[in-house]
Design a protein around this ligand. Structure first.
Ligand SMILES: NC(=O)c1ccc[n+]([C@@H]2O[C@H](COP(=O)([O-])OP(=O)(O)OC[C@H]3O[C@@H](n4cnc5c(N)ncnc54)[C@H](O)[C@@H]3O)[C@@H](O)[C@H]2O)c1
Length: 257
């Protein structure tokens, strides 16, 4: 399906990134995993190479908020004559105060979270778009947004739990959808594609009360598993979606309807 395309996966060591890594390899993609967490990166690389000994897998530490570290990865691959076909960004930068309630968020934390998350996604998109553009590559950029970039939270599903949904997250994810459409349009005529996937909530040890509240709004399953996102990812990475550009694919079991 992916015909040995060279795909960089940012945030590969995360809940979604780990599953995306497997899907890319199992669909004939060559995988370059990158993440800020160097220890997890090395150990995940070892796990993948053991499980998929015949596949092309490499890894590089990368911080999406550091222009220097992004350029270092592009240069290292260029030096090896390895063309990059696609970059998928599934990283989740946040500072230590991320996720506070609306009245408790300091301006500094709001700004810092926007800067490292939305700003970091901007930087990845900008620098890879530049690489694709300057090398006349039909590049493919996929950003992971969220249903909370599309609708405001359903606050009632958090009642009776310690979970919450923060204002900076929605601002970041809505901004990311717009940013992706902006870049897609800015690059008109270049054959570079920029799309988003907006997942619904992913199962991750949430309390039972929350799972039941959440499921009330869904059409069949409720919270999803990371593997439920793989179909959308592989589709967007493949040539089947060659003329899909500037879109946001929502994978949420109907939660936002
Ligand atoms: N988990 C969900 O329910 C859910 C739902 C909708 C959307 N999303 C989105 O999907 C993406 C992935 O979510 P997840 O649950 O897998 O997150 P996660 O926290 O499990 O993993 C995120 C990964 O990003 C890496 N990372 C953090 N900061 C980084 C940086 N500055 N540079 C490079 N890597 C960095 C972390 O080391 C980690 O490996 C996020 O953008 C998130 O907003 C998640």
């Amino acid at each position: 399906m992916l015909n040995n395309k060279n795909i960089i996966l940012v945030g590969a060591c995360g809940l979604i990134g780990k599953e995306f890594s497997k899907s890319i390899l199992e669909n004939s993609g060559n995988l370059i995993i990158v993440d800020k967490d160097e220890d997890s990166l090395k150990s995940f690389f070892d796990t993948l190479t053991n499980k998929y000994p015949d596949k092309s897998i490499s890894y590089f530490p990368l911080d999406i908020t550091s222009k220097k570290s992004i350029i270092a990865v592009i240069q290292a691959l260029t030096k090896k004559n390895q063309k990059i076909d696609a970059v998928v960004n599934s990283s989740y930068p946040k500072n230590k105060n991320f996720g506070r309630n609306f009245f408790d968020i300091d301006y500094e934390d709001f700004s810092e979270n926007l800067s490292i998350h939305l700003g970091g996604y901007f930087l990845i998109s900008q620098l890879f778009a530049k690489y694709f553009y300057e090398n006349k590559i039909e590049g493919n950029i996929i950003n992971i947004s969220s249903i909370y970039g599309v609708i405001p939270p359903r606050f009632e599903i958090y009642r009776g739990t310690k979970l919450s949904n923060s204002i900076e997250y929605g601002a970041i994810k809505a901004g990311l959808i717009h940013l992706s459409k902006y870049i897609a349009k800015y690059l008109k005529g270049s054959k570079i594609r920029v799309n988003c996937i907006s997942p619904g909530g992913i199962l991750d040890n949430q309390p039972e009360a929350f799972l039941l509240n959440y499921k009330e709004f869904c059409l069949s399953k409720g919270m999803l598993l990371p593997e439920d996102l793989s179909g959308a990812l592989i589709f967007l990475l493949s040539d089947s979606s060659k003329f899909i550009n500037g879109q946001n694919i929502i994978v949420d079991d109907g939660f936002i309807l």
